[in-house]
Design a protein around this ligand. Structure first.
Ligand SMILES: *Cc1c(COP(=O)(O)O)cnc(C)c1O
Length: 458
């Protein structure tokens, strides 16, 4: 290997770690559309948001002008327990593929929650504590967010109530136990413990739940109990802000070796890891200082960007949350039951939606069997067992590297390896047994949920 001047893993010193988050919106000419009050159709004010979210987080949510927001020292100290995360040169994968492309991945799976979600969980728990709250409520699908939040809440001694999508609660008992070990209470959703849960159960008896439905329950509990607020692990502007730590570290590490990426790839569920990874690079692109190809990868069974509609929609199934303008499949869209790979939210971050709409981001969708094929190929040469979500990005990174093999181009590809897949072994088992199938929603399926989009005055 001629290039061993670049180490396998590029780490930063504590001194080089970011001291402020970067607010991508500050550099956007077309700002993301504001959240609307579903009752009045008017933009939500800080006063209206404060019964749901912590005060400081409401400020961050609405701030579209401040470029850098200081990371409080308590959060920086917590980050030091598991950050900086390594930027890894995938020499072995390159060799296996026989590609002239240079592949790097930013690995966020090196903490007990196993994903990047801890970066925002610790920030949200910190602000809840600072406000003197008793606790927070949230939803979790596959369980990574619930686990991250449980860890963050136990660190700051906050109560944590997690509504876990019922199908995951039953299929991933080990995740549930990790959360309980950190002191969280975990309720399968939909449940009889909330009004909205009872209503959903009456309308759809036997439903195995959805993220949108768990969000409705968590918001209800937060707004009805004094001293509680709701926190969300993706989609919101504040979450993208906290996740910018991923991109800032990546950029510092690349700059150290004078490396400029050509392509940056991330999986997209609600958009938080992608938004965080690309933040400083997109900033340069928006300011006209540099150009990068940025690719969002989503599952073919839940294709918000590639087949969704850019419109105001509810973030939850119960239709009690604010309306966000985003690429959406409709809040009543539920991915096919055989979909195993996460990234099952019907909508997408409004910041990324605006950037996609304005042509700054490309998007592509991939089928889950090809995602697991890439996951296995990666695990066998790079050692890490990737989360199915992350493997969407691996799939496209491999595809781009193979294109370079054909053309002989030495492109530099950076992708986000958001987490590990130890709790996803039922899905891996299906793949290994040859029982995994692909289901792609029909145009009619998508049109049916799009028809139920809320009517919003222009
Ligand atoms: C939650 C999660 C995602 C998707 O969420 P985004 O908000 O789109 O980043 C991706 N990978 C892992 C490992 C996750 O836990």
């Amino acid at each position: 290997m001629a290039e061993n001047t670049i180490p396998y893993k590029i780490y930063l010193t504590e001194e080089e770690m970011p001291k402020a988050w970067y607010n991508l919106r500050s550099d956007m000419k077309n700002k993301p559309a504001p959240l609307l009050n579903p009752g009045t159709g008017k933009p939500l004010s800080a006063e209206e948001l404060s019964p749901i979210f912590c005060e400081e987080l409401v400020k961050q949510e609405l701030d579209e002008t401040t470029p850098f927001i200081e990371i409080p020292e308590d959060i920086r100290n917590f980050y030091k327990m598991y950050r900086p995360s390594p930027l890894v040169r995938a020499y072995c994968l390159e060799q296996k593929l026989g590609t002239p492309a240079k592949i790097y991945y930013k690995f966020e799976g090196n903490n007990t929650s196993g994903s990047h979600k801890l970066n925002s969980a610790i920030a949200q728990a910190y602000y809840a504590k600072k406000q003197g709250l008793k606790g927070v409520t949230t939803e979790t699908g596959a369980g990574q967010w619930g686990t991250a939040l449980s860890m963050a809440c136990s660190y700051f001694d906050l109560d944590c109530k997690v509504f876990m999508v019922k199908v995951s609660y039953e299929q991933k008992p080990f995740r549930r136990e990790v959360m309980r070990t950190y002191g969280a209470s975990v309720v399968p959703s939909p449940s009889e413990t909330t009004e909205v849960g009872k209503k959903i159960l009456a309308e759809h008896p036997g439903t195995t739940g959805s993220l949108g439905c768990a969000i409705s329950e968590a918001v209800e509990v937060a707004t009805r109990n004094p001293g509680y607020r709701y926190v969300l692990g993706s989609v919101l502007n504040q979450v993208l802000l906290h996740q910018s730590v991923i991109g800032l570290e990546t950029k510092t590490a690349l700059d150290k070796y004078g490396i400029k990426p050509d392509i940056i790839i991330g999986c997209a569920g609600g958009g938080s890891n992608l938004g965080g990874l690309i933040a400083p690079f997109m900033g340069e692109k928006l300011r006209g200082e540099a150009d990068y190809r940025i690719i969002a990868v989503e599952p073919a069974s839940c294709p918000s960007f590639t087949r969704g509609t850019y419109a105001y929609d509810f973030c939850d199934t119960g239709m009690i949350c604010p309306l966000a303008k985003m690429y959406t499949l409709g809040s009543s869209f539920i991915p096919s039951a055989n979909h195993a790979g996460g990234l099952r939210f019907h909508g997408m971050s409004s910041t990324l939606s605006q950037l996609y709409h304005d042509g700054y981001i490309e998007a592509t969708s991939v089928e889950q069997t090809s995602v697991f094929e890439a996951a296995e190929q990666f695990a066998r040469v790079e050692g890490i067992l990737p989360a199915p979500e992350s493997s969407h990005a691996i799939r496209v990174a491999i595809d781009e590297a193979l294109k370079c093999k054909e053309t002989g181009e030495e492109k530099t590809i950076v992708f986000g390896l958001t987490g590990t897949g130890y709790f996803d072994l039922v899905a891996y088992q299906k793949y290994n047994d040859g029982e995994m199938t692909d289901t792609i929603p029909t145009d009619e399926d998508i049109a049916a949920s799009i028809a139920k989009l809320p009517k919003v005055p222009e």
